[in-house]
Design a protein around this ligand. Structure first.
Ligand SMILES: NC(=O)c1ccc[n+]([C@@H]2O[C@H](COP(=O)([O-])OP(=O)(O)OC[C@H]3O[C@@H](n4cnc5c(N)ncnc54)[C@H](OP(=O)(O)O)[C@@H]3O)[C@@H](O)[C@H]2O)c1
Length: 180
């Protein structure tokens, strides 16, 4: 189903992102894996290649989601390598515990920049690339968490970030309807 589809997974160096990458590998996707930890990314890429039916080697881009130039590089290198992007999995993120009474603005900036601002910019650039295609396919903007209706008081900032990205995703769905 994902043969010849270019799938970009951010935060692929561990956890949910690494597992997501492997699942797409089994489906023969052409993968772009991003994160900051080169060694971990290389290990995940090797595992992906092993389980890919065509032994496809994922393309690795080292990038910090807090750095605009790194985010621009993800899209630039992906398009240079594959000339398209079909699926974007915005998974990279950080979790900070604490309630609104116990968290700091430094924690807030860390979570919002990594979990919302970075993915927002990456999605913006991916959408531009998508719009330039003559026959654009569907592009998915996935958030790492299905947001619960009842916010978690003990993970105050992370809950805010999840709700923000859900909102971005819903708006994108509406926007993309006009592309087709
Ligand atoms: N596990 C859960 O039950 C759960 C539940 C709800 C939501 N989430 C959220 O889902 C996401 C993934 O969770 P996980 O458990 O898989 O966490 P994880 O194992 O800590 O993985 C986080 C990933 O995000 C990347 N990352 C973090 N900061 C980054 C940055 N500034 N720039 C680029 N990449 C960055 C990390 O890569 P590098 O370190 O290589 O940069 C890593 O690959 C997180 O946002 C987490 O808050 C997790």
């Amino acid at each position: 189903m994902f043969s010849n589809k270019v799938v970009l997974v951010t935060g692929a160096s561990s956890g949910i992102g690494a597992e997501t990458a492997q699942q797409f590998s089994k489906l023969d996707a052409l993968l772009v894996l991003t994160g900051r930890n080169k060694e971990n990314l290389k290990n995940v890429a090797d595992r992906c290649q092993e389980i890919s039916p065509q032994k496809l080697q994922p393309f690795i881009v080292i990038a910090d989601m807090n750095k605009e130039s790194d985010i621009e590089n993800i899209i630039k290198l992906t398009l240079e390598k594959y000339n398209k992007l079909d699926v974007l999995v915005n998974n990279a993120g950080v979790l900070e515990s604490g309630t609104i009474e116990t968290t700091s603005l430094a924690q807030y900036d860390r979570v919002i920049n990594t979990n919302v601002r970075g993915p927002y910019y990456l999605t913006m650039l991916a959408t531009h690339a998508h719009r330039r295609r003559e026959h654009p396919p569907g592009i998915n903007h996935n958030r790492n968490k299905v947001t619960k209706k009842k916010p978690e008081a003990s993970q105050s900032i992370s809950t805010d970030s999840s709700h923000s990205t859900s909102c971005i995703t819903r708006k994108l769905v509406v926007l993309l309807q006009f592309f087709h």
